[in-house]
Write a protein that binds this ligand. Structure first.
Ligand code: APR
Ligand code: PHB
Length: 387
């Protein structure tokens, strides 16, 4: 197996295959340092946590991960609790940074002695329509070629593997949003017990965390804004205004990192061409409001690993043939949920009609048990369509 990309998708797939006795080579174009220090989201679904434990990388996660059984939705000056676990059959979420998941998976891979190459360059695919696909790349100054049974394209949205699917065979669905998130990591104890998603006339805000000493906060901004143009005091001021509540204070602290991310929905269909299988962000992107990106990548990796195990064991290609369709069912559910959460919570220009719809939806979700249960089962991860 050739695996292009050492993000959550590629590393999880490699680990699953390693456990099943299937050899793979992982090729990553960045440095280990870079991959281990990209700040990304931090909400793990129950199913993701179970899988990471099953493949032997759950130890630090169990020690440092923080279990949350609910979230707060804030709008019109009040905060409403959504008891996720109570509404979704006891399942909650675990707060543990994606960066930490990646570090744990890299450590496990290197310890196993199976190949993981960083800083490869000029990665190209050849022969994906044959039964001997090849990955051409440069490593340590030398041109190399890897002959494989199957190639997994785990190289994220900006990767090259998706380009090996002829454009006339690939259908792309896409939506860009007219806003982005300015995210900060701050050295201060989180002021909240559970995540707060806040709807506000000045724009959306999200209060999250990484640990008892580290807070992760976001505010809606323009998609192309320069994070460095935001003074720290201005960021805190916006956060305070958008999350203000009587009798509650947002604690401030030194800002360690800040960055702006755009928001996009994207799906490539099919996720397979010949012997090339796309996994994770290489095939689909969700806006971060539903916290689904990493969880989808891990679910794709599991589906592909199961199909490969079946195939290598001589039990046929049914799993591989169904791979794209199986993944896309879960992907589209997450696409809808992420789009829905995003549309419900963000200010979209000056549109009083849309604002009233948002407020109506927020009142409904926080007052109807049926509506809250629908949000909860999507947020913690739908098990029924994951089979
Ligand atoms: N060759 C080798 N590696 C590449 C190439 C290339 N041409 N292009 C990109 N990569 C690497 C990137 O450096 C990155 O490490 O592929 C990896 C892709 O990882 P991610 O972007 O993290 O994507 P994925 O593993 O699918 O994980 C999805 O991560 O991006 C977040 O929000 C996303 O949470 C989601 C999750
Ligand atoms: C985060 O902690 O980074 C985070 C949490 C919830 C989201 C998105 C990001 O919806």
């Amino acid at each position: 197996m050739g695996i292009v990309g050492a993000g959550p998708a590629g590393l999880t797939l490699a680990r699953l295959l390693e456990r099943a006795g299937i050899e793979s080579v992982v090729l990553e174009d960045r440095t280990r340092e870079h991959v281990e220090h990209r700040t990304r989201a931090g909400v793990l679904e129950h199913g993701t946590v179970d899988l990471l434990r099953d493949v032997g990388v759950g130890e630090r996660l169990d020690r440092e991960g923080i279990v949350h059984r609910g979230i707060h939705l804030q709008f019109a000056g009040a905060r409403h609790h959504v008891p996720l676990a109570e509404l979704a059959g006891g399942r909650g979420i675990v707060i543990y940074g994606q960066t930490e998941v990646v570090k744990d998976l890299i450590a496990a891979r290197l310890e196993s002695g199976h190949p993981l190459l960083f800083e490869v360059a000029d990665v190209r695919l050849a022969g994906v329509e044959t039964d001997r696909p090849r990955i051409l790349f440069v490593h340590a100054g030398a041109q190399r070629e890897l002959e494989c049974d199957v190639v997994a394209g785990c190289d994220g949205f900006h990767g090259i593997t998706r380009g090996s699917i002829p454009s006339e065979l690939l259908r792309v669905y896409e939506r860009e949003y007219p806003y982005g998130w300015l995210g900060i990591l701050a050295a201060v104890a989180p002021s909240i017990d559970e995540l707060v998603y806040a709807h506000h006339e000045r724009g959306f805000a999200l209060l999250s965390l990484r640990s008892p000493e580290l807070s992760r906060y976001y505010i809606q901004c323009a998609p192309d804004e320069d994070a460095d143009a935001w003074e720290d005091a201005h960021i805190w001021e916006e956060l305070r205004r958008r999350t203000a509540l009587d009798g509650w204070e947002l604690e401030e602290g030194p800002i360690l990192e800040k960055g702006v991310t755009g928001m996009r929905s994207f799906v490539a269909d099919p996720m397979r061409h010949g012997r090339l299988f796309l996994v994770g962000d290489a095939a689909h992107i969700v806006p971060p409001t539903g916290a689904k990106g990493l969880n989808l990548a891990v679910a794709d990796a599991r589906t592909l690993a199961e199909a490969l195990v079946e195939w290598y064991a001589g039990r046929g290609t049914a799993g591989l043939d169904a791979y794209s369709e199986t993944c896309l069912r879960r992907v589209w559910r997450a696409e809808h949920f992420s789009y829905w959460m995003t549309s419900m919570l963000h200010r979209n220009g000056d549109d009083p009609f849309e604002e009233q719809l948002q407020l109506s939806q927020l009142r409904y979700v926080t007052s109807s048990r049926a509506a809250a249960a629908s949000l909860a089962e999507n947020y913690v991860g739908l098990t029924t369509i994951m089979a």
